[in-house]
Design a binder for this molecule. Structure first.
Ligand SMILES: Cc1ncc(COP(=O)(O)O)c(C=O)c1O
Length: 399
């Protein structure tokens, strides 16, 4: 074994990558659970339902038939076509299969898209708070994330006015998610179109993460791809992880404008060769209309949970600035209790057994006074979690 391995150089950009703090809380919560504590998990951003049985059957069948080799780097042609049909049928969007790139998770789709677009020192505008990995992906490419602080007045989202007000030289792309993580809020489609048109004038891209697309409540799911006159600067990111309940199958996709397809293909060929083959067969099965019924049932459960959790929080007197329209998160301003969300989450975990995610994952600016609650557990447990938190915070105010 070599001595003094710590003296060997490591990549500067990689060294600066921040940890995903939710994993730390998850680790601590699991340790407490193993020690016999009753932990309510509301920290991790993945559906608690198992992946649908039709996915398992189709993937197993593919494996048994020997379909375990690499696929084309852009994905199984049948899957790309099925996604194209899905866009037409459910979103009224005309998306050619050739524009769809199947990737190992949308995490990889985000990295492919950014790699195809960015040069060193380019800037990428994004909301603060936002999905934490985005700023790390940008930094890894030696580009610069520009975070714009947003609040409940814009539903924690960027909009055209915010883009105009914060525009500066060197911005090559803007990243948004609708519905968003950690806030569950949407950007209206006409606003997205205006943002894309403004960015086209600036020669910049709009990357729209639609990973929570199917998980919207009291309104139909939408895609920016259905907008007429959408300029060729829009890249859409999506995934089988959340609505389709397939996090561990590692499958996502992106829809890119035609001029990026060849470069995305070459990046895919070099970076990962192809997405997992059995997962792609599993995904083909879940896209069949009959199998989508189960996903609709699950969506309704998430909606009930959102309403129940939101009401329980309001009744406990906790400050929620808005009712989110999608995803499975509530974003809670804890400033009356703490200005250190990491310490607050640790304290709640130890004293109440409720695991939440500190806002610092999503927001270097205001994250210290926010936490994210994921309603990825049974409704009654969600209410119990709020009761436990309320009882604990009550003891703090009375002592
Ligand atoms: C907004 C957003 N985008 C992308 C991802 C990455 O998901 P996956 O790689 O499982 O598709 C996540 C995961 O939580 C997310 O919340």
């Amino acid at each position: 074994m070599p001595q003094n391995t710590n003296t060997f150089p490591v990549s500067t950009s990689a060294s600066e990558i921040e940890p995903f703090r939710v994993m730390k809380i998850l680790g601590e919560a699991k340790k407490l659970q193993q020690a016999g504590h009753d932990i309510i998990h509301m920290e991790i951003g993945e559906p608690d339902f198992p992946s649908p049985p039709c996915v398992h059957e189709a993937a197993m069948q593919a494996a048994e038939q020997g379909l375990t080799h690499y696929t084309a780097s852009m994905g199984l042609p049948e899957l790309r076509q099925a996604l194209s049909d899905f866009y037409r049928e459910f979103y009224g969007a005309d998306v050619e299969a050739q524009r769809i790139v199947v990737t190992p998770g949308s995490s990889c789709a985000l990295q492919l898209a950014l790699s195809a677009i960015l040069d060193q020192d380019d800037r990428v505008l994004m909301a603060d708070p936002t999905y934490p990995c985005n700023r790390q992906f940008v930094k890894l490419l030696n580009a610069e994330p520009l975070l714009v602080k947003v609040d409940h007045h814009s539903r924690y989202q960027l909009n055209l006015q915010i883009l105009r007000d914060n525009w500066q030289q060197g911005i090559k792309a803007v990243m948004v998610a609708s519905p968003a993580n950690p806030t569950g809020t949407l950007i209206e489609q006409d606003e997205l179109l205006k943002m894309a048109q403004f960015l086209a004038q600036q020669n910049a891209y709009l990357i729209v993460d639609e990973i929570y697309q199917g998980l919207v409540y009291q309104r139909p799911a939408e895609s920016v791809l259905a907008q007429e006159d959408l300029p060729n600067n829009v890249v859409v990111i999506n995934s089988f992880s959340k609505f389709f309940g397939m996090t561990g199958w590692r499958l996502g996709w992106c829809v890119a404008p035609p001029h990026l397809i060849d470069i995305l293909d070459r990046l895919a060929q070099n970076l990962y060769l192809s997405a997992p083959t059995p997962s792609q067969y599993g995904a083909l099965a879940i896209l069949k209309k009959a199998n989508l019924t189960e996903l609709e049932r699950r969506r309704k459960i998430f909606e009930q949970r959102r309403d129940r959790l939101y009401d329980a929080m309001q009744n406990a007197g906790f400050r929620l600035k808005l009712l989110p329209q999608g995803a499975f998160y509530l974003y809670w301003d804890i400033s009356e209790w703490s200005k250190d969300s990491e310490a607050f989450c640790r304290e709640l975990l130890l004293n109440t057994g409720v695991a939440l995610t500190p806002g610092t994952d999503f927001s270097p600016g205001q994250g210290c006074q926010h936490v994210r609650l994921a309603y990825t557990t049974d409704e009654n447990r969600l209410v119990e979690a709020v009761d436990r938190i309320a009882a604990y915070l009550q003891t703090k105010t009375t002592t």
